[in-house]
Every structure is written in structure tokens, then in C-alpha cells.
Design a protein around this ligand. Structure first.
Ligand code: SF4
Length: 283
């Protein structure tokens, strides 16, 4: 039975964390292995989106077919390969203009399958931290806002633990449109979309950047084969902005034991900024 590549990558990252924590043996529970290898549960039929002419929107992981060209509100389906992404992004004079360019962008094929593109949200006036993730998932695609699903709720907790409100930081993704079935972005999609992120960073001017996960790290550093386990927690630079990679919240949902090292990473960011985390509230 084929095993999804992202699942194998998650297992590898989890084992890397265990090794870094000094663990040398990992007892295997046969029931856990059987559960891991079991076929995925059937996905409930996707709801019909109001205003879509009765066409069902495929749910995440459903393997649904791509919608036909020119669906309602999405414009023509063909990307515009003749346009230079860097020129399009550079023409945006401010963060709002970048968002507008992203919303109308058709530079790659993901324009044909997205519901909404997801430019980014938050404090665009030189925030202390800018968080950068991989790409929108199902919830983000529906709402047009990054990190609003389960991983987003965990990111909100990470931000709160650092003593910030979500509105005080800027949050964006390397890729602004959802890849079908949440697959990993292709190098071509990254190449087309990265100029928008670079322009956002240039305009937002964050004091630090936290790269969430391997795709964000690869997009920001240009290192295509890098392992996030190797570089997480190490200070790097994006231009002259300090950049610290750590694990993506979606990975932490699958491997909660890694929250400890992520919190260590976030404390490094706070120390760099000269801040201390707020005291833990007792319930
Ligand atoms: S993923 Fe990026 S480059 Fe592709 S259509 Fe969306 S905004 Fe444009």
C-alpha cells in the first residue's frame, strides 16, 4: 500500500527530534503500527458552496478533480506565464497593493483550483516578528486568511505564549494559493509566488522572521534539499533580517513532543528581541 510522502516526511522529522533529544530506541506498539498502516477513513461528501451554481467544492484529501476552467468568480483558468512575477510584485507600492495583486494573480496553475488566494494578515508596520508558513490549507482557502484551521489555532497559542496578540505580528505563507489536496508546493509554483513574499518582507520590515517548516525555510533560503531538523533553532539571515526556522504547527499536531523544542526556538526569538515570555496563567 503506498504511504503518502508527507506522512513519511513527518515520521522522519519526528524521529530526528527524538534522536536530538537523546533517545536511541523507539519501542513499537503493534496497534499503533496497524493504525498507521490502516487505509484512511472515508471522507464525507463536500458541501455545496452557495453561489457556485450547484457545483460541489472538493474537500481536503478527497482527491477531487480540478474544477473546470472559468468557474464562478475565478476568472480564466489559464495561468499567465508571460508575466514576470518579480515585476508584478515589485510594482506593488505597499502591502495592501501586494494583497490586491495576489488576489487577482493568475501567474501559476493554482489560480484555477483555489477558492480564495491568501495574501497575509497582521501588523504590517515593522512588527517584532513575521511568521511565514508553507501554503493555505482548506480552511485558509475558504476564508482567504492564513493559519485559521487547527494549525492556525496552535500558532495563535504559540504567539500568545510569546506575549503577543495575533494582530501584533504579521503572518504569511510562501505560497499564496492552496495546492490541491494540500500537497507540497512544486518548485515552479514557488518560483512564481516567492516574489510576492519577498516584496511583503521588504514592505513590512519585520525585526525577525520565524520560518515555520521545511517549505518556508527552503523558500526563504533557496536551499531546495534542506532538512528542517538540521536547521531549526539556528539563527540565519534573510537579507539583513534575522531568520529562525522551526517546525510548522501542523507538524506539532502530529508530533506534540516536538512542542518543547519549538518553544525553545521561540524563546530564542524573545531573547533576541530583549523580551521575556509572560508568566503561565494557572487555570
Ligand atoms: S500561488 Fe502565487 S503565483 Fe500562483 S496564482 Fe496564487 S498568488 Fe499567483
Amino acid at each position: 500500500m503506498p504511504v503518502p510522502r508527507d506522512l513519511l516526511a513527518a515520521v522522519r522529522t519526528y524521529l530526528d527530534v527524538e534522536i536530538q533529544s537523546g533517545r536511541r530506541r523507539q519501542p513499537l506498539d503493534p496497534a499503533v503500527v496497524a493504525d498507521f498502516l490502516a487505509p484512511p477513513a472515508p471522507v464525507a461528501p463536500a458541501p455545496v458552496r452557495a453561489g457556485s451554481g450547484g457545483r460541489a467544492v472538493p474537500a481536503a484529501g478527497s482527491g477531487g478533480a480540478r474544477p473546470p476552467a472559468g468557474r464562478s468568480g475565478a476568472g480564466p483558468a489559464d495561468p499567465a506565464p508571460q508575466a514576470d512575477p518579480a515585476q508584478v510584485a515589485a510594482a506593488a507600492p505597499d502591502v495592501a497593493a501586494v494583497a490586491e495583486a495576489v488576489r487577482s494573480c493568475r501567474l501559476c496553475a493554482l489560480a484555477a483550483t483555489r477558492t480564495k488566494s491568501v495574501p497575509g494578515v497582521g501588523n504590517a508596520d515593522s512588527p517584532l516578528v513575521m511568521f511565514i508558513g508553507e501554503a493555505p490549507g482548506r480552511d485558509e482557502d475558504l476564508r482567504g486568511e492564513p493559519f485559521v484551521g487547527r494549525a492556525g489555532q496552535l500558532l495563535d497559542k504559540m504567539i500568545a505564549a510569546m506575549g503577543f496578540a495575533r494582530s501584533e505580528v504579521f503572518i504569511a505563507n510562501v505560497l499564496k494559493c492552496r495546492p490541491p489536496d494540500n500537497r507540497t508546493p512544486t518548485p515552479d509554483e514557488m518560483a512564481h509566488c516567492l516574489p510576492f513574499l519577498r516584496r511583503q518582507i521588504q514592505l513590512v520590515r519585520p525585526k525577525t522572521i520565524v520560518a515555520l517548516g521545511a517549505t518556508a525555510y527552503r523558500g526563504l533560503t533557496g536551499d531546495p534539499g534542506a532538512s528542517i531538523s538540521k536547521f531549526r533553532g539556528l539563527w540565519l539571515k534573510f537579507g539583513d533580517i534575522p531568520l529562525l526556522p522551526t517546525f510548522h504547527p501542523a507538524y506539532l499536531l502530529r508530533a506534540p513532543a516536538a512542542k518543547r523544542v519549538v518553544w525553545e526556538d521561540l524563546q530564542k526569538v524573545l531573547a533576541f528581541l530583549g523580551r521575556t515570555p509572560p508568566p503561565v496563567q494557572k487555570k
